[in-house]
Design a protein around this ligand. Sequence first.
Ligand code: MG
Length: 261
Amino acid sequence: MIVTADEDIELFRKAGRLAGLVLEELSRMVVPGISTYELDEAAEKMILDAGGIPTFKGYRNFPATICASVNEEIVHGIPSKNKILKDGDVISIDIGATFSRSNNGTKEDFIGDTAITVAVGTISPRLEKLLTDTQNSLYAGIKAAQAGANLDDIGGAIEDIAKASNYGLVRNYGGHGIGPGLHEEPFIFNYRCGSRTKLKPGMVIAIEPMFNLGGDSTRQKSDGWTVVTQDYRPSAHFEHSLLIMEKGFPEVLTKRPSEKI
Ligand code: MG
């Protein structure tokens, strides 16, 4: 989908701003002793209070507002009262916020989708570096996401950072187009794969690199959602939704209030 109407772009901005704001609030709540369920409850309340809709809740029957993925969990972890964060953990929080509009009886959704991985208490220097490098790879991908570039420019920028520090690079999950649905074409690879798909002004895409301290391989748990590293080493995940501009850097729709990009 290509977004051109100002009022559509404004709705994407509104959804992205809310997702970024809520994510920042959640990241401040991350302390040893809190459960991922409490984070989820807070996220749902903040989105509903702002007049938005939690994008993930009910998406293919996903039961929660956030995906909360701790340590070896890469993405799609289900919040739980039994999952209590401990000092030294890392948690990826992924959130989507939707604003809907009715257009001649058809419901149109405008979605912001974003994730960060944060430290719980004090983490090891290696984990600190994993988080910093994964976030920097997202920024490198964003920088490459310009009209006329192709998907390999994004994936290559991410892959180069993963390779420089020998991280496992998750290849079977990646970014995506947004609008009208949450996961639309094109799939945004986190590595070079020979793609020649060009980015066009007005595309809304999410870039979401995932780096592991161990190998590349992943496994899905029997809950049907949680994706973990095969070797159970920790993983980091960062994501932003962006709008491709006529020229230059994209607009980061889900920028958090205190984030410097
Ligand atoms: Mg996403």
